[in-house]
Design a protein around this ligand. Structure first.
Ligand code: ASP
Length: 450
């Protein structure tokens, strides 16, 4: 099956009949497009509600008006199809008794079964419309019984290769869910239908995984921060991981694992602009010497414990002891920048919601009898500058630092990985926008930057 293309359509590409006609045209445009994976109908505009959200609410309220509005969304997309079967299916699912597991307020098989209806109904109707074979994801994915957050079990690979084995068939598969060993439906988690396509691509050794959405591709920075950022033509899996902070979440990060492992290229593209090319995510690429930086991501909501003590550097296991204080509280660390006697622990601020900062500081103090200076810094933002071109020294960390500082922004910390393709600059969140724009203008927008 190695020469197949897996095409996944996000919810924003399945909101009208025109969308479905477009999917048909795209599918038949290339005979290698053999497997179509779909989400549930998504938002038509910013004020709209995704069908999956409507379903989750329906599980709780069982409101008949909402029931009708959900079915109406399918009627709009598939006006010529008979909806009797899917109406009966939703009704059955809503009224099924799962022996004590009918909890709609918490993650449960009942709630997952109803949430999964969104993609299932969509895939059934699309298969009919395209004259393709519908394949239920329960036949392809064996998952753990972590409802709301199920993990794909390795045996799924064999299930997929066995079930999707006809070379001249066109299959339509619903994204987002699988089947537990007890035969119950469990979803992977919100926005994770990308994972279905990625795992199918992995199992079949596909030649390409296409992700169709309403976005033209991956942009070099967050358009809410930078005006009209350029689209990236090619980016590696590692660079995408480095840029996994806000603005780069167009492709679910968990879906990257399976395709990256088999070096299957991913093409992120816009359905409405087909055949215009979007962004290719690939295993390797050659970096343009004049464009060493591929993207700049930014996220706020960080804080830091800055720790200093004379001779800290010589104390064996001090970093271990400090991190142990966070580990005990189940708090994960984001970066640990530092120099000789000075280390910082940078973390996501929301993890401290249920913890006393004073207690953490007191515990760090207790690690050293000779005194430790600790200062807690809030409201930090992280600028991630990434690109394999950063290895070739034409742009050094110091150049970027100078660019940020010349814009009048103080850098609070710098963290750089050993692979040298990604540098993180910590700044006060109030300076974040200014700093990102300074780096973007100099290294991406400008033609004569290096
Ligand atoms: N429809 C699901 C959600 O809204 C899955 C997805 O769209 O990826 O979370």
């Amino acid at each position: 099956m190695g020469d197949v293309i897996i095409s996944k359509y996000g919810g924003s590409s399945i909101t009208s009949h025109t969308d479905i006609e477009r999917i048909k045209r795209i599918t038949y445009d290339n005979p290698r497009r053999k497997i179509i994976v779909v989400s549930a109908p998504g938002k038509r505009d910013n004020d709209d509600v995704k069908v999956t959200d409507m379903l989750i609410k329906l599980a709780r309220t069982k409101d008949s008006d909402l029931f009708d509005r959900i079915l109406n969304r399918y009627k709009i997309v598939f006006p010529d199809e008979n909806l009797e079967d899917i109406t009966a299916m939703l009704d059955r699912r809503l009224n099924q008794n799962l022996e004590g597991k009918n909890d709609a307020d918490r993650e449960s098989p009942y709630k997952d079964g109803i949430a999964a209806f969104g993609e299932e109904a969509c895939a059934r109707l699309l298969a009919k419309y395209l004259g393709a074979e519908y394949v239920d994801s329960r036949e392809l994915f064996m998952v753990t019984n972590d409802f709301g957050n199920a993990i794909i079990l390795p045996c799924s690979e064999k299930m997929i290769t066995k079930r999707l084995n006809k070379t001249n068939s066109l299959y339509v598969v619903p994204g987002f869910y699988g089947c537990t060993e007890n035969g119950l439906t469990a979803i992977f988690g919100r926005n994770k239908s990308d994972l279905t396509g990625a795992y199918v691509a992995y199992s079949l050794d596909a030649m390409l995984y296409e992700i169709f959405s309403d976005k033209e591709g991956v942009l070099a920075s967050d358009p809410d921060i930078v005006k009209d950022p350029v689209k990236i033509d090619k980016i590696t899996f590692e660079e995408m991981r480095d840029l996994a902070y806000s603005g780069f979440n167009i492709f679910h990060p968990e879906a990257m694992g399976p395709v990256a492992k088999k070096k299957i290229p991913v093409h992120i593209r816009e359905t409405a602009k087909y055949p215009a090319e979007g962004t290719y995510v690939v295993h390797e690429r050659v970096s343009d010497l004049n464009k060493p930086i591929v993207g700049i991501a930014y996220q706020n909501g960080f804080c830091a414990f800055n720790i200093w003590a004379f001779g800290l550097n010589d104390r064996v296991g001090i970093a271990y002891d400090i991190l142990g204080i966070f580990k005990e509280r189940n708090i994960s660390m984001e970066f640990m920048p530092g120099v000789i006697d000075d280390i910082s622990v940078v973390l996501k601020r929301n993890q401290l919601k249920n913890h006393s900062i004073e207690n953490i500081i007191a515990e760090i103090h207790s690690l050293n009898d000779e005194g430790i200076e600790i200062n807690f810094q809030d409201d930090l933002g992280c600028i991630v500058v990434a690109g394999i071109g950063l290895k070739n020294r034409k742009v050094s960390s110091a150049n970027i630092q100078r660019t940020i500082e010349s814009s009048g922004v103080d850098i609070e910390f710098i963290s750089r990985g050993s692979k040298k393709r990604c540098i993180v600059y910590g700044v006060n969140h109030s300076d974040g926008r200014k700093a990102v724009n300074a780096v973007y203008n100099k290294y991406i927008r400008s033609k004569t930057h290096v």
